[in-house]
Ligand binder design. Sequence first.
Ligand SMILES: *Cc1c(COP(=O)(O)O)cnc(C)c1O
Length: 224
Amino acid sequence: MADRVDAAATALGYIKTRMEKARRRFGAPPEHVELVAVSKTFGADAIAPFLKAGQRVFGENRVQEAKEKWPALRERYRDLELHLIGPLQTNKAREAVALFDVIETVDRDKLAAMLAEEMSRARRRLPCFVQVNIGGEEQKAGIPTNEAVAFVERCRTVHGLDIVGLMCIPPDGQPAGPYFALLAQLGKEASVASLSMGMSGDFETAIAMGATHVRVGSALFGKR
Ligand SMILES: *Cc1c(COP(=O)(O)O)cnc(C)c1O
C-alpha cells in the first residue's frame, strides 16, 4: 500500500506542477485551478491511494458506479468532494443528489426542474455547472451554444439552481483551444465564475483559456 500511495502522490505532484506552470505561463486568472481526479472505471482499491496522498476532489460519470464505490470511501474521508461529470437521466436525479456534491452536467429544463425538486426534498442545494455542447455534435450531451446563456438564466430564475459554471467536452481530433475560448466567452456572458474544461490531453490549453476546473483521468490513474 505504501508503494501505491507514493505512486499516487508522484502522479498528483506531476499533474499539479504542470497545472501550475500553465497557470503561471499564461498569467491568467484564476489563482487556483481545481484538479478533479476522474476515477471512472477504477475501483476503490485504486482510488484509496489517491485519497491517502491527499486528493479530495473526484469525478465520476455514472450514478450506478459511484453508488457502488463512494459511500464506503466517504465514511473514511468526510471532506471529499464528488463531481458528476457524465450525462444524467431524470429518473436518477434523486440518487445523484444523494451521492454527489457538485453536478457538472445540467443541460435541459426537464433535468434542471427535477434536480431542483430533489435538492429541495433532500435539503441539499448543490452547486451545478451547465454542460454546453461546444462543438455542436449530435451525439454529445449539452445545451447548444446559442441557447447556453438563456438556459443558465432559466436555471437560476425559473428552477432556482445554484449555477456556478459551464462545462464542456470539445470534439475529438481537433485543436481544443478555440472551443475552450468559446466556453470562456459564454461564461462571461452568462456571469458564471467557474469553467470546467480540459482533460488529460489538453488541460494545459484549458488553463491558458481560463479553466477553473480540469478533469483529469488517465494521466493520474492510467489507461482505462
Ligand atoms: C473520462 C472523462 C474525463 C477524463 O478523461 P481523461 O482523458 O482520462 O483525462 C474528463 N471528463 C469527462 C466528462 C469524462 O467522461
